[in-house]
Structures are given as structure tokens and as C-alpha cells.
Design a protein around this ligand. Structure first.
Ligand SMILES: Nc1nc2c(ncn2[C@@H]2O[C@H](COP(=O)(O)OP(=O)(O)OP(=O)(O)O)[C@@H](O)[C@H]2O)c(=O)[nH]1
Ligand SMILES: [Mg+2]
Length: 407
């Protein structure tokens, strides 16, 4: 498969909430799952998919996907995941190997926070009676752990950075970017965080401790945007907590990772017809299923799919891409007549690109040479010629004409 996963999603949360179950369901990669804390110690990495309606039906063509998959009219575009070890309060100070575990989210571009919405695990991930623990606490706790961990990374060098910036020997944003380079944080995000926190970038030595933390907390929200997967929604107490979680300033998706895993595994064995994210499924081979398996599947249909519209796993991934990372899907093609590449493969690639990407930037993403020799592009829907500054729209099909191609 060609390069396509441009971003990394981190699956995070306290122990025993269902992170590895979510990861396994999303990637079908093996991961250890158990009902006690710290089952995962070494992070799991794998490839899952963003789901988007494929354009081939609209263009009335039969496609031959290369960098992605097309199933029943749904385009699945590969994206990368990291399933992190569970974090406990005080992780940023090293509790429960916290520093090592927090390090795993350095490279993540966005986070899916798996919360046990049933309230059946305490703050350390030990089982308790559903409803006994308040999942809202888990949200507050994780925000604080990540912020404090980032603050800790910056803190040692902060006085020197602030002094150097004020004496104007070096740019503040540049120094912060260098110091945070391992955390996949861009200079533009640092700039935005200082502005949003309402701080004076000219006088960083005058920032109080509180203001410094406000800057780091704002930076966390920008550079590591997070949504909540309200997991274990199948447990009766979870619904009430889900309603409460929705009042927080987050995207909250009701989720049953366990159900998604069961459906994905059944689909893999071709026992059911189900595409990740579907609102229903069809049992194709009832004779190969035991009575209790059929009953379990019917329970998932009734208690999860019909009630919430999906298991929430695919929805969380899609939301992370579209809402947290503002990414859209585009289909570059070479031959506009057949919507194909030079090998005749129709709509071969679907790329995930940030909203705001221009036609020329897309050319660069495909190949540096194509970017350099870009002349214009043709948007396939309206067959309209567009220039280098044309801002791509979601599900655009675009043919790029370059100097090289013309020659
Ligand atoms: N009822 C219910 N149980 C779930 C769901 N998802 C996961 N579980 C269970 O929750 C327990 C913990 O699952 P894991 O996936 O190992 O959790 P984790 O967050 O990776 O745990 P650590 O690696 O220890 O941090 C297991 O017993 C799972 O079967 C769900 O949607 N509903
Ligand atoms: Mg785990």
C-alpha cells in the first residue's frame, strides 16, 4: 500500500477502560485484553481505517483501489494507531511508569480518550461496582496529567528560553518549537496557544507560574486535541454518565468496543455482512454459528446498533480525523476521462489532507516533482480548470496537469 496514513491517533486513558479492545476492533491486530489494570505495558501499534462514502457510485464507475479499500460503496483509508498503556493519577511524576507511558503519546497528532462510562473501574483501573466511580473525574485527571507532563518537559529550560527571547537573541516560538520538537508540535500551534491564552509574547519572563501553565494547557488542547469515547455503553449505568459527559466541552461518542470487536471478527470470518461503522449487519451463515453466538449478535444489534446507530468505534476514528484534525478526503487521478492512474486503475488513491490544502500542495504531497512542475488542475465533478491556490473540498476528484506530463 502507498503512503497514506499521514497522522497518528493515540488511544489513551486510565487502565482497564477498553483501550486495547478499541484498538483491536479498529485494527484487527492482536492485543492483549483482560479485566485488570496494566494489561498493556508495551504500546501496540497498528493500522485501522477512516470511513468515507466512496465517490465511484456518483461518477458511475467501477473502482480499483490501491492505497485504500472500497467495500459496499464505502472507502476505507488506512490510518495509524497507537494503543497506550494505562495512566494513573500522578503519572506525570512517574507513578505507575507514568513518564514512560506518557512518552508514548509524543508522536500522536490527536487522542481518543477511552473512558469507562459505566463507572465500573476506579481511578486506578480496578474493578468496582458500575456507577461507583465518576467518569467525569477521569476526563479532568487525564487533561491534568498530559498538561503537567508537557509543562515538566518545558520547565527546566523555560527561564533561559524566556530570558533569551526577551534579550532578542533568539525567537521565542523557534526556541519553544525546538524544545518541543519530539512532541509533534508545530510553531504555528505555539503561536496560537500564546495568543489564545492571552499572554504577552514580548515579556515571557513576566509570566506567572499560573500563566505558564495556562499556556501549556492551551497548547495541549491545540496540539493534542482529544475526543471522548464513552466506552462500555452496554452496561446500564453508562447511559446516564454518557449524558453527563456530553455536557463537557468535548466531542463524546457512545461506544461499545467489545461489540465492535465481535462484529469485526465475525465479518472477517465471513459469518456476517458488516462494514466497520455500519448501523446494522446481516447474518450470512447462520448454520456456522451456535445458538449463543446468534443470541450475542442479536443483543448487539438491539442494545447497541439500533439504539446508538453504531458501536461508536468507527465514529470515534472518523470524528478524530474530521473534527479534531480537520481532514478531508481527496482523490487524485491522472486520466480525467477514466478517472484512472497511468496503469488504468480507477480512483486508485484516496488521500486524507487537512482542510485548507491547495491543489498545488496536494501535488507536492503526491510527489515533490509533481508539485514543482504543477501547471493547473482539473476538478472532475464540474470539469473545471483550477489554479494552484484552489482549496480542495471534501471528496474532490482532481487531475493535476504538470509541465512534465505535457512535455
Ligand atoms: N462491557 C464492556 N466491557 C468492555 C468493553 N470494552 C472493553 N471491555 C472490557 O474491559 C476490560 C479491559 O479491556 P482492555 O481492552 O484490556 O482495557 P485497557 O484499557 O487496554 O486496559 P490496560 O491495558 O490494562 O490499561 C476487558 O475485560 C474487556 O473485555 C465494552 O465496550 N463493554
Ligand atoms: Mg490495554
Amino acid at each position: 500500500m502507498q503512503k497514506s496514513y499521514s497522522r497518528l491517533l493515540g488511544i489513551v486513558g486510565k487502565p482497564n477502560t477498553g483501550k486495547s479492545t478499541f484498538f483491536s476492533a479498529a485494527t484487527l491486530a492482536p492485543a492483549e485484553i483482560a479485566n485488570y489494570p496494566f494489561t498493556t505495558i508495551k504500546p501496540n501499534r497498528g493500522v485501522g481505517y477512516v470511513r468515507t462514502p466512496c465517490v465511484h457510485e456518483e461518477f458511475n464507475v467501477k473502482d480499483t483501489p490501491v492505497n485504500s479499500i472500497c467495500l459496499n460503496g464505502v472507502r476505507l483509508i488506512p490510518v495509524e494507531f497507537i494503543d497506550c498503556a494505562g495512566l494513573v493519577p500522578g503519572a506525570w511524576q512517574g507513578r505507575g511508569l507514568g513518564n514512560q507511558f506518557l512518552d508514548e503519546i509524543r508522536k500522536a497528532d490527536a487522542l481518543i480518550h477511552i473512558v469507562d462510562a459505566s463507572g465500573g473501574t476506579d481511578s486506578e483501573g480496578r474493578l468496582c461496582k458500575p456507577g461507583e466511580h465518576d467518569p467525569i473525574e477521569d476526563v479532568k485527571f487525564l487533561e491534568r496529567e498530559i498538561t503537567m507532563w508537557m509543562a515538566n518537559i518545558l520547565k527546566r529550560d523555560w527561564p533561559k528560553i524566556a530570558r533569551t527571547a526577551e534579550s532578542e537573541t533568539k525567537d521565542l516560538y523557534l526556541m519553544l518549537e525546538e524544545r518541543l520538537s519530539g512532541l509533534a508540535i508545530k510553531r504555528s500551534q505555539i503561536f496560537e496557544a500564546i495568543r489564545k491564552a492571552g499572554l504577552n509574547a514580548e515579556k515571557p519572563t513576566q509570566w506567572s507560574e499560573e500563566e505558564f501553565l495556562k499556556f501549556v494547557d492551551t497548547l495541549r488542547q491545540i496540539a493534542k486535541p482529544m475526543l471522548i469515547a464513552a466506552n462500555k455503553i452496554d452496561i446500564p449505568k453508562a447511559e446516564e454518565n454518557f449524558e453527563r459527559l456530553k455536557k463537557l466541552n468535548y466531542i463524546v461518542v457512545p461506544c461499545c468496543a467489545e461489540a465492535e470487536l465481535a462484529l469485526r471478527r465475525a465479518a472477517e470470518k465471513q459469518l456476517i455482512d458488516y462494514v466497520p461503522g455500519d448501523c446494522n449487519f446481516k447474518i450470512t451463515h447462520p448454520e456456522k454459528l451456535t445458538e449463543s453466538q446468534i443470541k450475542a449478535l442479536e443483543t448487539i444489534r438491539e442494545k447497541i446498533l439500533l439504539k446508538y446507530g453504531s458501536t461508536g468505534v468507527q465514529e470515534s476514528i472518523n470524528m478524530a480525523y474530521s473534527k479534531l484534525l480537520n481532514m478531508i478526503t481527496v482523490y487524485p487521478v491522472e486520466d480525467l476521462e477514466h478517472l484512472s492512474d497511468h496503469n488504468g486503475r480507477v480512483l486508485p488513491d484516496a488521500y486524507l489532507v487537512p482542510y485548507g490544502t491547495t491543489a498545488r500542495q496536494l501535488a507536492y504531497i503526491i510527489h515533490t516533482e509533481l508539485g514543482e512542475s504543477f501547471i493547473y488542475a482539473v476538478e472532475a465533478r464540474e470539469r473545471k480548470r483550477v489554479g494552484e491556490d484552489y482549496i480542495l473540498k471534501d471528496r474532490d476528484v482532481l487531475s493535476i496537469v504538470s509541465a512534465k506530463k505535457r512535455a
